[in-house]
Design a protein around this ligand. Structure first.
Ligand code: SAH
Ligand code: SF4
Length: 420
């Protein structure tokens, strides 16, 4: 008995000695603002200008590992690594490419959760499939030659703000996921960095003959940005450092009133799109239950408080659901509703999903609806669906690792090896 105790003691001491030190918890740097990086750097006893260098490396250079931060001394990089700091960009783990050039990425976060992000290159001039206002304003410029350094006139990235969505719009596939969690600022801005790195996109000001890539961002992926307001706005501020100007960003909300009210007071903010989708509360309630909380009149009142900048409009998105909201009477009702607002309408033909009780509107009906609105003097565009065949179009983003596609997934090679 004694012997056993003794041995037991020895064994446990041995095993204690052999127990590896607990791993230092990985701390992502990507996502931290300059003041936050300064805190990290000062805590390590370094001079504050090192924080600016790190900031540049993260957001301008878009490093993927600390070794690439060559403006920092090796000693500082080693110290950061020893303290558990990593760059921590989310990772593209699956890709699919549409016949129209759109690419959809499954992007994995550190905890294994995934979201989808979409790349919409615009090679054919003047289309309006990406939902961004900047794209529409650039139609005239599109006749300019394509810059050699970048094979597109512009490209738009559709960014997710949450894993899943809590809003439960009846026509949206993402809604079927429910909400799993909010994304952090680094995870939101990190989707953009990961996609830009994949395509080797150089941003920045015009230098000599070099024309920087025109990148537009639409926060229209998975999730409701205004239900993750603080992280979303922090991500916007990080993205402006890359630099992508906020005038090239459009955020879409289903109409979260407190979010709209805060947005109205922001000094730096993207353009705003509202998913209206109906011309009266009854129809809207039946397809967007959130209307019970904030009805259309309440939303319009809040929109009226947003100080619009030069050449800025509110965009109303209107998903046309065959037989539900797509008649000419609906168009007239819509005109009456919004004619007091400086706005334009983005018409989106419903993109189908499996087991959903809706039908696509007939093409002729979509054109007639558009014509009616235009006749009232309100600009109306039909958003060309992008990447429908790979489920990358509006409302189709859903984690396909969980739900197999009905259309085949086309796996593609990294962009660098793609022809053209
Ligand atoms: N959650 C935000 C942003 C993401 S949804 C929002 O709802 O505004 C982006 C756009 O896709 C919204 O305008 C939404 O109404 C639209 N949408 C959702 N499901 C769709 C579908 N199946 N077909 C076409 N558009 C859809
Ligand atoms: Fe969420 Fe937007 Fe889909 Fe509605 S349309 S469920 S708000 S992602």
């Amino acid at each position: 008995m004694r012997k056993w105790r003794f041995r037991h003691k020895i064994i446990s001491m041995n095993s204690l000695e052999k127990t590896p030190k607990p791993p230092v918890e990985a701390k992502p740097l990507f996502g931290l603002s300059l003041p936050e990086l300064t805190e990290v750097i000062e805590r390590l006893g370094q001079r504050p200008y090192r924080a600016s260098q790190l900031h540049q490396a993260l957001y301008r250079q878009r490093i993927t590992s600390l070794d690439q931060a060559t403006t920092l001394s090796q000693a500082l990089r080693d110290t950061l690594a020893a303290e558990g700091y990593i760059v921590g960009l989310p990772e593209i783990v699956q890709t699919a490419r549409s016949v129209d050039g759109t690419e959809r990425y499954l992007i994995r976060m550190a905890d294994g959760e995934t979201v989808e992000t979409v790349w919409m290159p615009d090679g054919d001039g003047g289309e309006r499939g990406d939902g961004s206002q900047a794209a529409e304003e650039e139609e005239a410029e599109d006749r300019a030659p394509i810059p050699a350094a970048f094979p597109y006139r512009r490209s738009t990235i559709c960014v997710s703000s949450q894993v899943g969505c809590a809003v439960n719009c009846q026509f949206c596939l993402t809604a079927k996921l429910g909400i799993r969690r909010n994304l952090t600022p680094g995870e939101i801005a990190g989707q953009v960095a990961a996609v830009l790195n994949r395509h080797d996109v150089e941003l920045g000001s015009t230098r000599g003959n070099y024309t920087p890539a025109r990148i537009n961002l639409v926060f229209m992926g998975m999730g409701e940005p205004f239900l993750n307001y603080d992280s979303f706005m922090s991500a916007v501020r990080l993205l402006t450092q890359m630099p992508i100007p906020e005038s090239r960003m459009t955020v879409s909300t289903s109409g979260i009133l407190p979010g709209i009210q805060r947005f109205a007071t922001e000094a730096v903010r993207p353009k705003l799109a509202i998913s209206l989708n109906a011309s009266n509360d009854t129809v809207r309630e039946s397809i967007m239950p959130i209307t019970r909380k904030w009805n259309i009149a309440t939303l319009l009142d809040a929109l009226a408080t947003i100080p619009l900048r030069n050449r800025e409009w509110i965009t109303f998105e209107y998903v046309l659901l065959g037989g539900i909201n797509d008649s000419l009477e609906h168009a007239d009702e819509l005109i009456a509703l919004i004619s007091g607002t400086r706005c334009k309408i983005n018409l989106i033909g419903w993109n189908s999903g499996p087991d959903m009780p809706f039908r696509e509107p007939p093409q002729s009906g979509v054109f007639a609806f558009q014509k009616r609105i235009m006749a009232a003097g309100i600009p109306a565009y039909i958003r060309r669906p992008r990447g429908r065949d790979i489920y990358a179009a509006c409302g189709q983003l859903k984690r396909t690792v969980e739900t197999p596609l009905t259309a085949p997934l086309v796996e593609i090679a990294p962009a660098a090896t793609l022809p053209g």
